[in-house]
Write a protein of this length. Structure first.
Length: 116
């Protein structure tokens, strides 16, 4: 996984939106690029799971990932799902809530939903 594949080129990328929907209870923080390196953090506030990914221009990506959940694996799986779905834009996603408080995100149709 490259930095460009994960982050795209703009601030409001559909790819990061999709990853956020597919990796529940996870926050992402992208650091400014310095000296050809950028850190991307994934973390949870409810346990000690986190992942830190270091992208360096022209070098292999380094990943640290302690905790109960493998957040980097979950993020890359979510990104591959988005790519396999044809890299859909925001207009193909929906959100449905029920009276019992559950919420489901979906792609193209309610039949393609998952809990959020």
């Amino acid at each position: 996984m490259t930095e460009a594949e994960l982050l795209g080129s703009g601030r409001f990328e559909a790819r990061t939106f999709a990853v956020g929907l597919r990796v529940p209870d996870c926050h992402c923080k992208v650091a400014e690029k310095r000296d050809g390196a950028r850190l991307v953090w994934f973390f949870r506030l409810t346990d000690r799971s986190w992942a830190c990914v270091m992208f360096r221009d022209g070098q292999k990506t380094t990943v640290w990932q302690p905790g109960d959940r493998e957040l980097w694996r979950e993020a890359t799986t979510a990104l591959r799902w988005w790519q396999d779905a044809g890299e859909p834009g925001y207009d193909r996603f929906g959100l449905t809530g029920t009276t019992d408080g559950t919420q489901h995100a979906w792609l193209d149709a309610l039949e393609n939903s998952w809990p959020v």
